[in-house]
Ligand binder design. Structure first.
Ligand SMILES: CC(C)(COP(=O)(O)OP(=O)(O)OC[C@H]1O[C@@H](n2cnc3c(N)ncnc32)[C@H](O)[C@@H]1OP(=O)(O)O)[C@@H](O)C(=O)NCCC(=O)NCCS
Length: 152
């Protein structure tokens, strides 16, 4: 599988519908710690874009939507990374390094000094990928881990 086929595209109505399906999948909902949400809340979120403190992109593989990635809580110095591959057949195929590379470029454009993330402590796949790519543990409790990375 060539990872050059992964593209980052604007988060449009296709991704709005797809993310409804992905985030309502029980496994993904749990892995991403997504609370219950309604169609109306999703529409309100979409209508609030673009926002200065929040950036989101769709991820496309060979022209098919497979996931979502972005930065939230953007301040002049930091932002929280978030992202998930919604199509499960793409898990564990080393797409995360490409997602991170893209996000680090965007963070640089915003002149952000560090990014951080929150992950469930039982999400071993995600934690493995985050640590492998350079995130280090900066806090948390028995349920959630917070990790950080400097933007260089
Ligand atoms: C988390 C996510 C973005 C990682 O991207 P990815 O492309 O799948 O990750 P990678 O392939 O780069 O790395 C996965 C690592 O976990 C390992 N792994 C795969 N399945 C695993 C499992 N069940 N338990 C432990 N480790 C596992 C892989 O071997 C790999 O480690 P390695 O490099 O040492 O071999 C993606 O899997 C995803 O979106 N998952 C579903 C939703 C989610 O968890 N989102 C994150 C919420 S914080």
């Amino acid at each position: 599988m060539s990872n050059n086929n992964l593209k980052f595209v604007s988060f449009n109505h296709v991704y709005l519908q797809k993310s409804w399906d992905w985030l309502n999948d029980e496994e993904i909902k749990k892995l991403t710690s997504t609370p219950d949400f309604t169609r109306q809340q999703q529409r309100d979120f979409f209508d609030s874009l673009p926002r200065k403190d929040y950036k989101v992109w769709g991820m496309e593989f060979d022209d098919n939507p497979i996931g979502v990635v972005g930065l939230k809580k953007i301040t002049p110095s930091s932002a929280e990374y978030f992202g998930y591959i919604g199509e499960k057949g793409f898990w564990g195929k080393r797409l995360f390094p490409i997602m991170l590379q893209f996000i680090l470029l965007e963070a640089k454009l915003l002149d952000i000094k560090f990014i951080y993330l929150k992950v469930r402590s039982d999400n071993q796949r995600a934690i493995r990928a985050y640590q492998r790519e350079g995130f280090t543990i900066s806090g948390g409790n028995e349920n959630m881990i917070e990790m950080t990375m400097r933007v260089i």
